[in-house]
Design a protein around this ligand. Sequence first.
Ligand code: GLY
Ligand code: MN
Ligand code: MN
Length: 487
Amino acid sequence: MKTQLSIFSKRFLFTRSRLSSAFAAGQPTYETRPHIITQPGDLTPGISAMEYYQRRLELSTKLPPKSLAIIVGNPIQFSSGSVFYDFQQDNDLYYLTGWLEPDSIVVIEKKGENGPDDVVLHMLVPEKNPKKELWEGPKSGLEGAYNIFNADLVEDIKNAPNYLKNLIKENDNIYWDKKFDSKQSDGLKQFFTFSTNDNINDIITKSNKRMGKLSSLVAEMRVIKSDAEVQMMQKACDISSRAINRAMAKVGSEDPLLSENELAKYLEYQFVRGGCEKHAYIPVVANGSNALCLHYTRNDDVLREGDLVFIDAGGKLGGYCADISRAWPNSPEGFSEPQKDIYQAVLNTNKQCIEVCAESLGLSFHDIHEMSVSTLRSELRNLPGFANVTSSEVSRMYYPHYIGHNVGLDLHDVPSISNFSKLRKNQVITIEPGLYIPNDGPKHYRGIGLRVEDNVVVGATPKDIINLTRECKKEVADVEELVKGSI
Ligand code: GLY
Ligand code: MN
Ligand code: MN
């Protein structure tokens, strides 16, 4: 192993020290952006270097000796020509290191069974390049990977083929997830295809080592949130909840929002103003019957007085998503009677489902989904036009989606975790029942569509359940108070 180290890595093995505070990294640090990384020792908002280190150690306990966990990070993606999208790091790589720069590979090597000393973090990242930095700003480089992100060994990503080949030779097992296969565009493959013969997938698949899927091992960890993660998610949810409350209060203000797009951008501004980085996802902002389209993201209609406004939106903080849905009347007079009927049915279901998100009750997502269908059915049966509605009609015609999902670094977090597994303490999940009454539904309710979505920390027992989005108003009286324009 030692013979493969670049001179650079060897030097740093012996001279490791904190970089001077003048070192400009390629992402926020406590030294350069203390308004974002507010605690010394944190690598990303609210998550300490120690927590990242412990995550890697925990992953290593799931690997046999002589194993490599190889995580290929994401490249920048382009929308058109040289116009790029916001960079999105591979979330497994981020979860294990906090590293937020493109074109990087992380390898966690487990040598033997001697605990932390046998776990080596290799980071292969782009070398610092003053010419490039003139255009793109500072990058962390190998120095940053070593000194800030605590890599044990660092290498220029350009040398990845040989570095990986040598590392693979010395190990018996490789845990990884195939990315950038031949079906994907050249743009995506470009960076990690080092030469015609050195495609990263080929290096690994042709190695004849024992292979396993890495993402499912990381998913087992990501599904249970640490206390620090719950705290960050609470912040993201508080900020997002207040932003949505403010949007409701615009209805009866002197300066109401006039279009779906304006409301979408108002929400994003409020998320950022409150301290989030950005929207966690493209929001749904739907006037009236536009909400019948479950993933309506055109957001290009006007907001009409008296219609229901439906939004599904949330901010992102430290990479953690909030995912909130609310509906309110676009009238300071409050809900119409039909709007209120459907809203209350969904709200009652939302509240009942949240109350059972406790490990001690032994329920799975699937059980809670079934409960949401039967609760919606009972609620609907109290309303005119739905007297004999069946559960299957509810699922097919009025509530054609699922009760929720895990939420975290990804909006739909760790999808590999089965919906039939029992919920466990510190899973963070959404509870999002809805009703969407189509044009052949009972006449007085046609075109009304909404869901009420909260983010919930599963408790050990019912009394420990935490509704992270409790600040976001949802009781009819509270919503009606807000739309009068009273904050
Ligand atoms: N915002 C998408 C969802 O609620 O799952
Ligand atoms: Mn959701
Ligand atoms: Mn949502």
